[in-house]
Every structure is written in structure tokens, then in C-alpha cells.
Design a protein around this ligand. Structure first.
Ligand code: ADP
Ligand code: MG
Ligand code: MG
Length: 892
């Protein structure tokens, strides 16, 4: 096995073996671009080291051979006293990863060679500057010395000299600083800074290997589902110097604007500096365009290289470069990150240029990006007009733009929201007690906690805007105020604006602009020349996605208005109409009558009263979805949901009694509430169980459905109705319900002289149903996977309780990377879906399979459902474009 590859030996497709950085350095080398020579130690070597605790025996010799070759090429030896070859040791895994070891520059410098470097460069200051950087980086990242100690010593040196920045320190200052740094190393580690260049290099390589198993890196991998056994590569790259005076420098560049996608000159440049200075922000950079004035030759060459790279990678690239005394060197490139809008624009621009085809353009955008583009956003340019000012920034935890009055506790949030005010709940951090306030608020702002904090997790689950971890904002819940670093104070009741897509926080009201992409989906903007480039890009990619996808996309909708909106968004039917939503409001009383009915007559009259109302709802819905399938789910929730709250009612009755009054109806109601009270309603009397226990309930619903369909047919329409039975666990349940339903349908058909073609099917949302799906399929025309309940029942946790209580902890510990209610748990819940789909198809080849849980609109889950072979996904109207796009990507 070969453990070391020269930059000339690799290529961009070897990321598994050479890591991202190494593979791309090799690619650039082979393109003939000016890359400082070097070599890459493979991830394989790292794996051996991690497994056995020692470098593979062959590695040392291979590194020596490559170092020899490098020294010959460069005409000098590593650390050679009179003219030292220096190298950088750079980590580089397949995926870039926080927590991995930082790069160490200037390896090879020592007390012996610093003078040689000075003489060769004719610049003593430069040599001491490079040496102090080496000790600082090496001390911190390889030897584990607290970096602040070096920073403080550097500050001290600047103070002593009265220097504003590090460039103002002269050779003598830096030489003294080196002594100080060396003293820090020996004080902190009990040993001297290593003077042997090869030892420096070997220690740095080993430190990179070790950092793979650092705590932060492990946690990151667990959360991002990156396997722990990939290992990291290590790049050894000969040094070029951007700190050799004003005709040297270092910079970063993008081949296009990563924010908007336009081609142009984007980047930053810093003269007389080494790489890490640009990112660290220790001195002010200049825009890349300035380089044309500073060094035209290098600038022109850089532009040419950027074009080469973009044509070669056929994508936006980001670049690190260094100029050493007028000579340009390329130090890194990779396909660059970009905003959601830029992703769509770049993909279509590249397709227009003929660099990629439509399928590739589709693969390069994601549903998550599309979802981002569908949120309204703040008009930042107008923020100042209304007197709003930015007061801080936190972590963008859950997207959206929210404006409201600041409140500092949950109870106040609830109270003010009930009074019709829009509020933003501001807390240091949230816990399960804050849930009511979070529900009542427009958005949530916290000063502590990251993307997996309670606030972030719960807000995302609710689809509510959230900025968390805004540490610079001081939240004082006792005094009900928030203080910004500049002293601005926000008192309770003051209006604030929070941007969950960028993390920005404003005092005052920032105007909100609707998303042009939503306006396009709504049909209010046409994708013609007048539309913006973004809308045209979205239109083009969506059209292609719709053409290639195999899965259909339906909507979860219960009323004509939602159905119509869903249709505009591209829904191809309704996958879930929840009939319980039709039993709320004024009709609740009728349901009460049904529940309280003591005689058959009373029950029947209660059902008779409900039936025409149900029929009316269905008539509207079938009309809105004419010609497309509509799946109607029979009543699912436990009945107590339609009755008053036990405590409230008990209090009411007790108070009445105290007054010597007696309300018969309340008393009967109270009895019923007590009777129906359940310890765990999620697992109680609900779904098909209701249909079997309450005579006439399901048949009333089926009759309403059939009558509405017959009316529609009589009016010349084309209703395509599917009746869905929830919470079935065994085929016997379904058989009972089906038999009765068929009788009713036949009656209606006979009476109306119409063949209604009603399909009858079931939800698969209990593990038992999934496991016995073969039997159930004998009795079902279709399956719809209710993945919300299936997730609850498979994991044994109730969503309403666990998301607010322990999910944040689970996410922090990396037990799962994302909530299983957000993305389907493929190995557990997904395996049940797969089993049931296969068994269902085997028993009944023409069975229709769909999914109607929240997962139907989640990108990763959509890919899984495509792979399992489902016919459609169903999701909330707003997620439909996302599902269409991802179903297309899954098929492209
Ligand atoms: P990161 O992954 O954090 O970007 P890099 O390995 O790219 O780490 O290095 C950090 C900085 O050091 C970058 O600005 C890079 O350009 C610079 N750098 C790395 N190797 C060299 C080298 N051989 N010569 C000059 N600068 C270098
Ligand atoms: Mg880099
Ligand atoms: Mg369910």
C-alpha cells in the first residue's frame, strides 16, 4: 500500500484517500497551475495510526523519500541552516470539519536556520516574524499550549513598542518575542521547543492524525452522520511567503459572488501577511479588485486561473493564494459554499453556458435552499428608515423574519398574544416551561445555546423563527430588559425584529418583504423577462424536476382554501384530509351531543345533524381538487379533545355547587370527561377504535363522503375519492370497517344511480400494521404511511412531550443528528416502511403507496421514499415545491 502521494500523482476524485484539500491541490498541480510542490499523506496511513496507535512502519521511509524528492526539486534541505526549506503541515479530511487541527506554517525554522532565512531573503524582520509564527502555531496546535498566552505576549510587545499592529514591530522586537514564546513553551510543556526540523514535521503530522479523534471533531461527526473511520489526510506543502514586504501578500477569492451568483471579482487581499492573517482579521484587508492596482501582473494571472478553475470544476470555486515578491502561488481551491439564491442562479447560469446539463443543474440545488427562499425576509436597506438599528447577532436557528414586542417570560407572552399583540419571547435560554410562550410568540430570541439548544430544536419543530446564542446581548429577565454591547437597552414592550435566516437582531421594526419565489408559486409573478433572475432560475429548475420525477406530490389540506393554494403550488391531489378539523368551532356542541347520547335515538339524531355539515365540507374540497385524488381520513383523535378541559369543568361545577346551583348538562359533561379521560390518549381510544366502538360514526362520515361525491358527479365533476382508516393494527379491524363502509357506498350508489369508484385504504402508522402489511393489503386499496405516529410508536415516545423535554440533550450528545420527527429514521422507522411497502406490493401488486406524515416535505426523507418505491408523498401546502424539487433530484 502506498501511503504518500506527490501533488503530481493525485487528482480531484481521490478525496477519500487524499482528503478534499490534497485532492484539489493535486488537481491544480496537474492543471499546470503554480502550486508550491509538496505531498499528501493518505487517510489510510491515518487509519492505521488510529487503529494501532503507531504510524505504519513504511510511512517513515515513504515520507523520507518524498521529502528527499521535494528537497531536490527546491534545491535546499528542510531546515538547512544557511538556506532552509520550510513547509506547512495542513490537515485535510474528506469533509472539512470543525475541531480538526489547524495548519502549522514555517516548519523547519529553528535557532540555527533563522539567520539563514534572513540572509536568503535579505530581510531580517521577515525571518524573525516567520519564526515567532511557527512557535506560536506549533505551540498551540501541536503542543497544546493555551493560545492566549502567545497573544498576550504579542500584545505586550506591541505595547512596549507603541505599535498599532504587528507590522510595526521590527526585527529586534520580534527576536525578543521569539525568546518569550520559547519560554512560554518550556514553562507550559516542561520541554524545549523542538529544534530538529524533521522532528517538528513528524510531530505536526501526528498531531493532525490525533485531532481526528478530538472531542469536537467526534461530536461534529456524530451530529452530521459522518463515519468515524474515514480518517484525515495530511498535506506537507513547501512554504511561499506573503510576508516578505509590500510586494508580497495573501488573499482569498471566489470565481463568482457567493451571495448573488454573478460573475466578477470577489475576494479580499492583505499585503505583507501570511495566510491565517486574512481570516483572523488582525489587519484590514482590501477588496480583491485593488490588487489590479497593486500588482497588475499577478492580478491578471489570477483572473485567468479563476476562469480555468471554473471551467474545469464547472462550478463556483473558492481560492486561497499568496504572492511572494510578485510571484503568484495557488494554495487551495474547492467548490465554494454559496447562499440559496446564488445556488439557483449559478446552476442555471452554468447550464446556460453549456458547462452543465439540466440534470446536473437540478442536482446542484437543494430543497433546503428552496425552502429558505420561500421565507419572507427583512428589507435591510430600509431598516434605518423606520429608525430600526441592528443591536447584535446570534445563531440563525430557525428561519424567517419576525417582528414583535419583546417579552421576557412565557406567561407575559401568552397574555399579550391573547390581547392581540405580536410578541418576541426573549430568554437567556428556554426550557420546557417556556413552551406556551414559544407557541404564543412570533419568534424566539435567546442569548445562550447553539443550534441544538432547546429553543432551536423546539422552534424548528414548530416552524417558528428563532435566533439563539446571541451572546453579546445581555438578557436580564428579572428586570425585563435586554442590553446590547453599545449600551442600547430594550425594555419589555419595545419592538424588536429578529432574522432567523441570518441571526441578526434589530431594535425597532424592520420592514418585511414577501418572497418573490412564493409569489411566483402563487402565480402572482410570471417567470418571463420581467421577473428577476432568481425567479427565472427557480422556474427553469422546477420545470425540469417536474419532468423527471417519478413520485407524485400531494397536499395535506382540510379545506377548499388550502386545497386551492396547494394546487397552485403544484399539488397533484390531497394525501390527507383530517376530518376532525371539521368538528371544531360551532360544531363542537354537536359532537358533545354525540358523545353524551345515552340512547340510540339521541346518538342518531346527533349524527344526522353532523352529516350535512360534513357533506358540505367535502363538496367544497372535491370541487377544489376536481380530477385529482382526495384521501379523506375518518375521525382519528380521542374524543376528549372535543370536550371541555377536566380541570376547568370541575372548577365550574364546584363553583356552581357552592352557589347552590346545579347545571344538569355540565354534570353529565363532567361525567363523560371523567369517563373518557385517558392516561395516555395517544395510545387510547382513537382512530379505527372509535369507529368500532361508536356505532354509526364512521358510516355517517362515509355517507357524507359518498353523497358529496355523487353530487359532484351529478354536477359534471370528476371526484376521485379515497377513504382512509386511521390507526389500524390488524386486518380484522379494517375488515369490519370496510364491510360497513362498502354497504353505505353501495346504498348511495344505488340511490343516485352512479358508480363512485371509491377506494378504501388504511394508514400504516403502527409497527404491528407494518409487520402484518401483507395481510392488511388484502383488504386495502392503498396504504398511506403515517410517519408521525409511526415514529412515535416505533420509538415509544410522544412527540408533544419529548421534543420540549429531552430532544435538545439527545441532539447535543449526538444520539441523533436530527430529530426523527424532522427526517425519517431510516434504519428503524424507515425499515418498517420498506417492509410494509414490499409486503403490500407482494400481496396486491396494484396497491397505491404514499406517505402523509410531516416527513413528506423533508428533503432527505423524500429521497428515502423515492428509493423505497412509494407512489407519492403528501405534505403541507407550503412544502410542496420542496417535495417536488427533491422528488426530481431523487430521480435525476
Ligand atoms: P484551512 O483549512 O484552515 O484553510 P490551510 O491549510 O488552508 O488551512 O492553511 C491556513 C492558511 O495558511 C491559509 O491561508 C493558507 O493559504 C496558508 N498556507 C498553508 N500552506 C501554506 C504554504 N505552504 N505557504 C504559504 N501559505 C500557506
Ligand atoms: Mg485553507
Ligand atoms: Mg396518526
Amino acid at each position: 500500500r502506498k501511503f504518500v502521494y506527490d501533488f503530481t500523482e493525485g487528482n480531484k476524485d481521490l478525496k477519500d484517500l487524499l482528503g478534499g484539500k490534497g485532492a484539489n491541490l493535486a488537481e491544480m498541480t496537474n492543471l499546470g497551475l503554480p502550486v508550491p510542490p509538496g505531498f499528501t499523506i493518505t487517510t489510510e496511513a491515518c487509519k492505521v495510526y488510529l487503529e494501532s496507535g503507531a504510524e505504519p512502519p513504511a510511512l517513515r521511509d515513504e515520507v523520507s523519500a518524498h521529502l528527499d524528492a521535494l528537497e531536490r526539486k527546491m534545491g535546499k534541505k528542510l531546515g538547512q541552516a544557511d538556506d532552509p526549506l520550510l513547509v506547512s503541515v495542513r490537515s485535510g479530511a474528506k469533509f472539512s470539519m470543525p475541531g480538526m487541527m489547524d495548519t502549522v506554517l514555517n516548519i523547519g525554522l529553528s535557532d540555527a536556520s533563522v539567520a539563514g532565512l534572513a540572509a536568503q531573503a535579505g530581510d531580517e524582520r521577515f525571518a524573525w516574524d516567520s519564526y515567532r509564527r511557527l512557535i506560536q502555531m506549533f505551540g498551540k496546535t501541536v503542543l497544546g499550549v493555551d493560545g492566549d498566552l502567545f497573544e498576550e505576549a504579542l500584545e505586550e510587545a506591541k505595547r512596549a513598542r507603541g505599535a498599532a499592529t504587528d507590522v510595526d514591530l521590527d526585527a529586534g522586537d520580534l527576536r525578543k518575542l521569539v525568546e518569550r514564546f520559547k519560554a512560554i513553551v518550556s514553562e507550559e510543556t516542561g520541554r524545549e521547543f523542538p529544534q530538529d526540523p524533521r522532528e517538528q514535521m513528524d510531530l505536526a503530522i501526528r498531531a493532525v492524525f490525533d485531532s481526528w479523534n478530538g472531542e469536537r471533531a467526534r461530536l461534529y461527526r456524530r451530529q452530521e452522520r459522518i463515519p468515524h473511520d474515514l480518517g484525515t489526510a495530511v498535506n506537507v506543502c513547501s512554504m511561499v511567503f506573503g510576508n516578505l514586504g509590500p510586494d508580497s501578500g495573501t488573499g482569498v477569492a471566489f470565481t463568482r459572488d457567493p451571495a448573488g451568483g454573478q460573475q466578477g471579482v470577489y475576494g479580499d487581499y492583505l499585503a505583507n501577511a501570511q495566510g491565517e492573517d486574512v481570516v483572523a482579521g488582525i489587519r484590514n484587508t482590501v477588496p480583491l479588485a485593488e490588487l489590479e492596482r497593486i500588482d497588475k501582473k499577478s492580478y491578471d494571472q489570477l483572473m485567468e486561473i479563476m476562469e480555468t478553475l471554473e471551467n474545469h470544476y464547472r462550478d463556483l470555486c473558492d481560492i486561497e493564494f499568496t504572492i511572494e515578491r510578485g510571484k503568484l502561488w495557488m494554495l487551495q481551491t474547492r467548490v465554494g459554499k454559496r447562499t440559496a439564491a446564488a445556488a439557483f442562479r449559478i446552476a442555471t447560469q452554468l447550464a446556460d453556458q453549456g458547462l452543465i446539463d439540466d440534470a446536473e443543474a437540478l442536482r446542484r440545488v437543494t430543497g433546503a435552499q428552496l425552502a429558505q427562499l420561500m421565507f419572507p425576509h427583512f428589507d435591510e436597506a430600509k431598516a434605518g428608515d423606520g429608525g430600526a438599528e441592528r443591536i447584535g447577532k446570534g445563531i440563525a436557528a430557525s428561519p424567517g423574519a419576525a417582528v414583535g414586542r419583546a417579552v421576557f417570560d412565557s406567561a407575559t407572552a401568552v397574555r399579550r398574544a391573547q390581547e392581540g399583540e405580536k410578541v418576541i419571547l426573549v430568554r437567556r435560554e428556554t426550557n420546557p416551561d417556556d413552551l406556551d410562550g414559544m407557541i404564543a410568540a412570533e419568534g424566539i430570541l435567546t442569548s445562550r445555546g447553539g443550534k441544538t439548544s432547546h429553543a432551536a430544536v423546539v422552534a424548528r419543530g414548530m416552524g417558528k423563527t428563532c435566533v439563539c446564542g446571541a451572546e453579546e446581548l445581555e438578557v436580564d429577565t428579572r428586570r425585563r430588559r435586554l442590553t446590547a454591547p453599545d449600551g442600547t437597552v430594550v425594555e419589555e414592550g419595545d419592538v424588536i425584529s429578529i432574522d432567523g435566516s441570518t441571526g441578526k437582531v434589530y431594535r425597532g421594526e424592520v420592514p418585511v418583504v414577501p418572497s418573490p419565489v412564493v409569489e411566483y408559486f402563487e402565480g402572482r409573478i410570471r417567470a418571463d423577462e420581467q421577473a428577476g433572475e432568481l425567479v427565472r432560475a427557480v422556474d427553469r429548475i422546477m420545470t425540469y424536476a417536474d419532468g423527471v420525477r417519478r413520485m407524485k406530490v400531494r397536499a395535506n389540506a382540510d379545506n377548499a382554501e388550502d386545497a386551492a393554494r396547494a394546487r397552485r403550488f403544484g399539488a397533484q391531489g390531497i394525501g390527507l384530509c383530517r376530518t376532525e378539523h371539521m368538528f371544531l368551532g360551532e360544531r363542537r356542541e354537536l359532537v358533545e351531543h354525540l358523545i353524551l347520547a345515552e340512547t340510540e335515538e339521541r346518538r342518531e339524531s346527533a349524527l344526522d345533524a353532523l352529516m350535512p355539515l360534513q357533506k358540505g365540507d367535502f363538496a367544497e374540497l372535491f370541487e377544489a381538487m376536481d380530477g385529482l385524488p382526495v384521501t379523506v381520513r375518518l375521525l382519528d383523535p380521542p374524543l376528549h379533545e372535543f370536550l371541555p378541559d377536566l380541570t376547568e369543568l370541575s372548577v365550574r361545577v364546584a363553583l356552581a355547587e357552592a352557589r347552590g346551583e346545579r347545571d344538569e348538562n355540565d354534570l353529565r359533561l363532567l361525567q363523560a370527561v371523567r369517563r373518557l379521560h385517558e392516561q395516555n390518549p395517544m395510545l387510547g381510544l382513537r382512530g379505527v377504535r372509535l369507529g368500532l366502538v361508536i356505532p354509526g360514526l364512521f358510516t355517517m362520515q362515509v355517507r357524507a363522503i359518498a353523497e358529496a361525491a355523487a353530487d359532484r358527479r351529478a354536477a359534471g365533476g370528476d371526484p376521485r375519492v379515497e377513504v382512509m382508516i386511521p390507526l389500524v393494527g390488524t386486518v380484522q379491524e379494517l375488515e369490519c370497517v370496510r364491510e360497513e363502509a362498502e354497504k353505505v357506498v353501495a346504498e348511495v350508489e344505488r340511490a343516485r344511480g352512479a358508480d363512485l369508484n371509491l377506494a378504501i385504504g388504511t394508514m400504516i402508522e403502527l409497527p404491528r400494521a407494518a409487520v402484518t402489511a401483507g395481510q392488511i393489503a388484502e383488504c386495502a386499496d392503498f396504504f398511506s404511511f403515517g410517519t408521525n405516529d409511526l415514529t412515535q410508536t416505533t420509538w415509544g415516545f410522544s412527540r408533544d412531550d419529548v421534543e420540549a423535554s429531552f430532544f435538545a440533550t439527545y441532539l447535543e450528545k449526538g444520539i441523533f443528528g436530527v430529530s426523527p420527527f424532522e427526517t425519517i429514521d431510516k434504519e428503524g422507522v424507515g425499515a418498517l416502511v420498506r417492509t410494509a411497502a414490499e409486503a403490500g406490493r407482494a400481496a396486491r401488486p396494484d396497491i397505491k403507496l404514499g406517505v402523509c406524515g410531516e416527513h413528506g416535505g423533508d428533503p432527505e426523507s423524500v429521497h428515502f421514499f423515492h428509493e423505497v418505491g412509494l407512489d407519492y408523498v403528501s405534505c403541507s401546502p407550503f412544502r410542496i415545491p420542496v417535495a417536488r424539487l427533491e422528488a426530481g433530484r431523487a430521480a435525476a
